[in-house]
Design a protein around this ligand. Sequence first.
Ligand SMILES: NC(=O)C1=CN([C@@H]2O[C@H](COP(=O)(O)OP(=O)(O)OC[C@H]3O[C@@H](n4cnc5c(N)ncnc54)[C@H](OP(=O)(O)O)[C@@H]3O)[C@@H](O)[C@H]2O)C=CC1
Ligand SMILES: O=C(O)CCC(=O)C(=O)O
Length: 426
Amino acid sequence: MIATKSMPKQSMYDTVIKQFNKTAEIIDLNPNIKKILEITNNEIVVHFPVKMDNGKVEIFTGYRVQHNNALGPYKGGLRYHPTVDVDAAKALAMWMTWKTSLAGLPYGGAKGGIQIDPRNYSDAELERITRRFTYALGENIGPEHDIPAPDVNTNAQTMAWIADTYMSTISTSERSQNQHVVTGKPVGSGGLEGRDRATGFGVYLTTKELVKSRGESLKDKTFIVQGFGNVGYWASKFLIEDGAKMIAVQDAHATLFNEEGISVEKLFEHSSPRKGSIQGFTEANEMDPAEFFGLECDILIPAALGNQITGDNAYTIKATIVAEGANGPTNEEGEAILLEKGITVIPDILCNSGGVIGSYFEWLQNRNGELWELDEVMQKLEKKLLQVFKKVEKEVEERNTDWRTAAYILAISRIETAYNQRGIFP
Ligand SMILES: NC(=O)C1=CN([C@@H]2O[C@H](COP(=O)(O)OP(=O)(O)OC[C@H]3O[C@@H](n4cnc5c(N)ncnc54)[C@H](OP(=O)(O)O)[C@@H]3O)[C@@H](O)[C@H]2O)C=CC1
Ligand SMILES: O=C(O)CCC(=O)C(=O)O
């Protein structure tokens, strides 16, 4: 049934649970394994004090939810945003479990962050907040246990502060060997060449492959992107370099439109000194944010927050492809409408998996004491992403189903197999 505008709003957690239950039914998932996968293993909440620039102490709340580690250490980003809470972290951690499983990585899933708007703090305050958060998490994170990475409003600098704090406080004689406690670090501090662009590259590559499977190319395809941060910027850059045209872009502060095309580099130059905000860019016109998703275009890339495409707006979408750069941007009602309209959704756990695949390469590089070059990284990333894309495409064709369902079937089946092989549930 297609949702109507009057239906109540779903949380991201509702969405991920519904997606999971649907898949469990399709694959007839062992009920014992289902019980394990529908809960999150650990939900860590820490409250910690930090001295502000004005000398006063503020108390912050940080979260780390570890969903499942059947396939390996917990893995997933840290987000600094007012919407971070246990429920959001639980949903995002579950998506990480499915994503790492689908990508064939030796990881489980986790997510977390701090409930703050980082724009309200100076860089010095953010450094102290990050270091105290790391200290408060203590051995709940670790290079072979739970490995954070960047997400919304965190970046390579944040990861460097975490690695430094972890390595200087952890009680082990091998402190310097622990830099793979986080990935997405700056190149020069154990970071991987290319991790910065890895997620956006995956969004671009999976979109390109889907277009190619229709016998078409990206040349002159129009796209709109919500979010002009790490993922939105790099995805747009790769798409434009391959001939596509960005006609609209939205962030939390502005929505810009230019049917002649928007230069991603000029927009980046404009936004960088403004803490990423695209507001005030003069080579495009401001438009009503509520009309953004309904713009005439070929490809829509949500690359900001979750729950953006819902029963309230999905029916307005004209794009024929939705490439989910963000995690959980489409809720169940939104997706039902998109599928009914014949729109193909490249699901988050496939579309944005370039990031965690890049993180895996960084982790390997650190563990093995190696330094990989950019070309080598991009080749390995492309190869891995194509393998995963083809696997999902085959499942779509064989089951005659949508891309999310196919991706979920593969991801959850791999975890079920691991549990069965261990003989925990004979
Ligand atoms: N970084 C990574 O490697 C990965 C990220 N992802 C997912 O991609 C998404 C984006 O992450 P990332 O690019 O790293 O984050 P960034 O913090 O770099 O960028 C986030 C962008 O989203 C915009 N945004 C925030 N709120 C809204 C809103 N209400 N409406 C429109 N735009 C908004 C921000 O605008 P403003 O600057 O104005 O606040 C900013 O442009 C997230 O869902 C994340 O989980 C997935 C896989 C890996
Ligand atoms: O790179 C990683 O480890 C995880 C990135 C992330 O948070 C995500 O894929 O959503």
